[in-house]
Design a protein around this ligand. Structure first.
Ligand SMILES: Nc1ncnc2c1ncn2[C@@H]1O[C@H](COP(=O)(O)OP(=O)(O)O)[C@@H](O)[C@H]1O
Ligand SMILES: [Mg+2]
Length: 344
């Protein structure tokens, strides 16, 4: 029975940041950065968490890592196969400590995430030393294994982060994240600060390591095309909520939410006759401090009707494992990447 439980199950997760004003720091409102999201990750699986900038992706990652305490919700995590899963959201920071090593995060900015005063050797050794997992020759051996695993050389260990390019720094971040044999890696837009030519190298490196070590990924991106081929499932967010959640092939084959269709229409296509297919969304994403009533996407939706400005459409199952938050999902015939000839 315990084998069938997922590695991670997030249930109705919320994070509302208070907005404080004046000398008395009076709370005058809340940024509803994450407003009730649920999904699961199986062991060794990659899940793509996608949405426009500001929709709450990083906040979700930080809650899973224990860096932010959720306002509401549960985060069930299974640190080892034969251990009962635990609700990380209910733990205090000190109770969470023994579980931290099992989930690691890498960040968008490889220039900000490595301590410039430490050599690469010190950066890679630190987690092993802090967790008392290796010392002496064993520690040096493990550090060398890590640097080679990410395609860098032993002589790089003596250098400081400033001596490396963005792509190389991201390799070092991956090596550091792998030091403790995590079961989950949260990769927060790990390639978006890199040159296009380097992006694929980092994605391929991550996939190679995944195959070797069997870790699960929560791969965060604003780019639906990027996550398409290596994600088993996609969670698509809009202003703190999930609008569509489905196995990747179902979502790309037949999207059921107008927002998904719009994002997909902007993925490059092989079919020149479809050049005019791009759906340009009107306006900006809704304000998470004061989202519009009803469906938060309705002011930008091509198919919105009166009901959409009145009632919030809850996420519901429309096909096997395919969830959508749209009142009219059944009656819409939306075009997916198969019909659009997306090249990625
Ligand atoms: N520490 C914070 N305090 C207040 N608001 C925040 C904080 N972190 C993020 N936000 C707000 O929450 C929303 C979601 O942010 P974020 O999770 O960073 O989105 P994404 O990663 O999708 O770009 C944004 O409106 C952002 O301004
Ligand atoms: Mg972010």
């Amino acid at each position: 029975m315990s084998q069938s439980s997922p590695l991670l199950e997030v249930k109705d997760l919320k994070k509302h940041f208070p907005i404080q004003r004046g000398v008395f720091r009076k709370v005058v409102g809340h940024v509803k950065a994450v407003d009730g999201i649920s999904f699961t990750i199986e062991p060794g699986e990659t899940v793509g968490l996608v949405g426009e900038s500001g929709c709450g992706k990083t906040t979700v990652g930080r809650m899973i890592m224990g860096a932010y305490r959720p306002t509401n919700g549960e985060i069930w995590f299974k640190p080892e196969d034969d251990v009962e899963r635990i609700n990380l959201a209910a733990l205090t920071p000190s109770e969470m400590k023994p579980y931290r090593r099992y989930a690691q995060m890498i960040f968008q900015d490889p220039f900000a995430s490595l301590d410039p005063r430490m050599t690469v050797r010190e950066i890679l050794a630190e987690p092993l030393v802090v967790n008392k997992l290796a010392k002496g020759a064993e520690l040096e051996g493990r550090v060398r294994e890590l640097i080679e695993m990410v395609g860098l050389k032993i002589q790089h260990l003596n250098r400081y982060p400033h001596a490396f390019s963005g792509g190389q720094r991201q390799r070092i971040s991956v090596a550091r994240a792998m030091a403790l044999f995590p079961r989950l890696l949260v990769a927060d837009e790990p390639t978006s600060a890199l040159d296009v030519s380097v992006q694929a190298q980092i994605v391929n490196l991550a996939l190679e390591i995944q195959q070797r070590m069997g870790i699960a990924y929560l791969f965060i991106s604003h780019d639906l095309g990027l996550v398409r081929h290596f994600s088993k499932k996609i969670v698509l967010m809009y202003v703190g909520r999930v609008v569509e959640y489905a196995p990747a092939e179902n979502l790309f084959g037949r999207p059921r939410h107008p927002y998904t269709e719009a994002l997909m229409s902007n993925v490059p296509s092989t079919k020149p006759e479809l050049m005019g297919r791009k759906i340009i969304l009107k306006g900006d994403p809704a304000d998470p401090i004061n989202p519009p009533p009803g469906c938060p996407f309705h002011p930008r939706c091509l198919y919105a009707q009166k009901l959409c400005s009145e009632d919030y459409p809850p996420l519901r199952e429309i096909g096997p494992q395919h969830f959508v938050a749209c009142h009219f999902a059944e009656s819409l015939d939306l075009r997916g990447c198969d019909a659009l000839g997306c090249v990625i």
